[in-house]
Design a protein around this ligand. Sequence first.
Ligand SMILES: Nc1ncnc2c1ncn2[C@@H]1O[C@H](COP(=O)(O)OP(=O)(O)OP(=O)(O)O)[C@@H](O)[C@H]1O
Ligand SMILES: [Mg+2]
Length: 227
Amino acid sequence: MSTLSMERVTYKYRNAGTAAVKEATCAFEPGRMYAVVGPSGSGKSTLLSMLAGLDLPSEGSVRYGEKSTGDMDLDRYRREDISMIFQAFQLFPLLTVTENVCYPMELVGMDPKEAKHKAEECLRRVGITSEEMKRFPSNLSGGQQQRVAIARSLASGARTILADEPTGNLDAENTGNIMDILESLARDDGYCVVVVTHDMEIAERADVVYKMTDGVIAVGGKQAAPD
Ligand SMILES: Nc1ncnc2c1ncn2[C@@H]1O[C@H](COP(=O)(O)OP(=O)(O)OP(=O)(O)O)[C@@H](O)[C@H]1O
Ligand SMILES: [Mg+2]
């Protein structure tokens, strides 16, 4: 698995006066959890969307291992290497929980039975019961819906999870629960987890905290030594 990194990345939205991200240099390694904090409008989501290959930098490069996102098959990258989790869960309302998790696997041609088996395994991993798997997302709590979204990420096989305010819609208990899962994926299973958050308590749990201020990124707070 590769390290995701940025080198002197600048991003300017069309028609915008100043750049949303300015000369950002940072790295995200497997087996660690990162937090990106900063005020509203400081460029956190813009940074994440470049890491995810949804946008290309105006200047500088985003690399996954040796390869720059400017030179790679971005559809494949977004399907296989990276998965995103959002504040609003983004589950398909007309599919059951299991079908939601099966969907990306069937999309790449996995046998439906095998996909279902894998989906159930991933859902169990995040604490969703067999009974809950048969429900539609609207019949689950917010915390449960976010766990389904994480299971869908796991099922995709991607080893880097980019989460934009994943607990923004959740109460303290569910926030703790989702953070436990994300932390365990990094620490126990070697995923690279990047969490954008406003919440300093959440950021405290990360190995590395990047702070964004007006598009400028800096390492802030603790930076644990690799073990
Ligand atoms: N599509 C767009 N077109 C023009 N400017 C944009 C666009 N999206 C974001 N911006 C601007 O870029 C800057 C960074 O926005 P971004 O969404 O990355 O901030 P953020 O840190 O994620 O904020 P929040 O915490 O509110 O989600 C802001 O000044 C914003 O207004
Ligand atoms: Mg944002």
